[in-house]
Design a protein around this ligand. Structure first.
Ligand SMILES: Cc1cc2nc3c(=O)[nH]c(=O)nc-3n(C[C@H](O)[C@H](O)[C@H](O)COP(=O)(O)OP(=O)(O)OC[C@H]3O[C@@H](n4cnc5c(N)ncnc54)[C@H](O)[C@@H]3O)c2cc1C
Length: 418
């Protein structure tokens, strides 16, 4: 016998737990199916941009974030190799909210607890092995503690992350950017940045564009720093950065991390490397199945937008469903389509901006150096030309005129971009 729910959410990460909390609070019968019995460090996002903080507040999740140990990370400093480190931005002033930093597993635990407290049922140690569309609903084959536990849903939601099995089971086609960046990360203790008085409250980003390298030091509290280092595939760097801490630290240092900052640092979690390119589905809803979070669109992790994009998508899906009078098949279909349109527009805008920024700041070589030589003075004089992904994400212009403005092609006599 199948158990029946309004919504079955597969995956209890940030996407699944946030959606379950919002919909259960509104009175829906929600089941979350989560594979892990206890969350562990999978080297995932631990900083939420200000526009994501605002999305969390709109979803009513501010208390859950605080319960998950989220702390303010208001200062943001971007340094380029060879130049003195600039004063950091204060995101509270420039973006209307600070970024938040946390341990990802602790945040997952807190959000899933919030979903339960809102009335959602949560099955841990359970995963989905099959999906059948029944006409007017979806039947999912679930295995829990070795037992088959079929469930029925008016809407099934794949919130099972970047390697989503639901995406495959439901027949969504995945598009991918060409591989371009390798992005590795590890949690470190004992990191010390010499030149800042507000070390615990400042995100430090380092770029060495000519060599296609970058590094990020993100303090998450408790003396721990999430450190990332990445290289463009054309930089000819050592692929061992995802396996060897020594190679990873050498890359972070070469990218511009100040001498001594990483000396004496110790790993406090696993080291892992990822593809720094996007993967997405064109429309994350089809016939009773929606995808949210990374399952719908995995944005290049080196831009740190995944969690904010996830919460935006969760709000878009929740609002579309809650705008309907009920969860009849026709209402689910309407809500699913409205969500897919809204999500594709937001994700498309962010993706375009990230592509332009990659061309300018993360691509090595003489052609990209020439582009930088042409655009840096223009951008310094007219900063409005540069998309601010940290502060505004997909909001703001991302059309052809915005692209031309970014590359200075709107100016008389401008050449083609490099
Ligand atoms: C290296 C790296 C750095 C990043 N840095 C940032 C950052 O600084 N800021 C930022 O905003 N974003 C960052 N991101 C992106 C961010 O981590 C993701 O966007 C976010 O975790 C997506 O949440 P999710 O819930 O969609 O997926 P996930 O976090 O992957 O959660 C999916 C959940 O589904 C469960 N699951 C999977 N398969 C099944 C199954 N078959 N059955 C049941 N459960 C299942 C998993 O156990 C997990 O709990 C980074 C990503 C990477 C890889």
């Amino acid at each position: 016998m199948s158990e029946s729910y309004d919504i079955v959410v597969v995956g209890g990460g940030v996407a699944g737990a946030a959606l379950a909390a919002r919909l259960a609070r509104a009175g829906a019968a929600v089941l979350v199916v989560e594979r892990e019995l206890a969350f562990r460090d999978r080297v995932r996002g631990e900083v939420l941009y200000p526009w994501g903080v605002l999305e969390a507040e709109r979803l009513g999740l501010a208390t859950a974030l605080a319960a998950g140990g989220a702390r303010e990370l208001p200062y943001w400093r971007t340094s380029f190799v060879g130049a003195a480190p600039p004063e950091p931005r204060d995101l509270r002033v420039e973006a209307g909210a600070p970024a938040l930093a946390f341990s990802h597993p602790a945040l997952q635990e807190a959000l899933l607890r919030a979903a339960e407290l809102s009335g959602a049922r949560v099955w841990r140690g359970a995963s989905v092995t099959g999906l059948t569309r029944t006409g007017g609903g979806v039947e999912l084959a679930v295995r829990r503690r070795g037992e088959a536990r079929p469930v029925r849903a008016k809407l099934a939601v794949g919130a099972d992350g970047r390697a989503s099995g639901m995406r495959r089971l439901a027949g969504f086609a995945t598009s991918r950017d060409r591989p371009r960046l390798v992005f590795a990360g590890v949690l470190l203790e004992g990191v010390h940045v010499p030149y800042t008085a507000r070390e615990d409250d400042t995100a430090q980003l380092y770029f060495h564009p000519s060599e296609g390298l970058l590094a990020m030091l993100l303090p998450i509290g408790g003396g721990r720093t999430r450190v990332y280092a990445g290289y463009h595939l054309r930089s000819g760097r050592d692929p061992a950065v995802g396996r060897s801490l020594e190679a990873f630290l050498a890359l972070a240092t070469r990218a511009g991390t100040p001498a001594g900052a990483l000396q004496g640092a110790r790993a406090a979690g696993p080291l892992a490397a990822f593809d720094g390119a996007d993967a997405w589905v064109e429309r994350p809803y089809a016939e009773g199945v929606a995808l949210v979070g990374d399952a719908a669109a995995t944005s290049d992790p080196s831009f740190g937008s995944g969690l904010a994009l996830t919460l935006l998508g969760v709000r878009q899906l929740a609002e579309a469903l809650l705008a309907e009078p009920d969860l009849s098949p026709a209402a689910v279909e309407r809500a699913g389509r409205a969500y897919a349109t809204a999500q594709a527009a937001s994700y498309g805008a962010l993706h375009r901006k990230i592509d332009w920024l990659t061309d300018l700041y993360r691509t090595p070589g003489a052609e990209a150096d020439a582009l930088r030589a042409r655009l840096y003075p223009l951008h310094a004089a007219e900063p409005w030309r540069v998309p601010d992904v940290v502060a505004e994400g997909p909001a703001g212009a991302s059309d052809e005129a915005a692209r031309r403005a970014f590359f200075g092609e709107d100016l008389a006599g401008a050449g083609a971009p490099g």
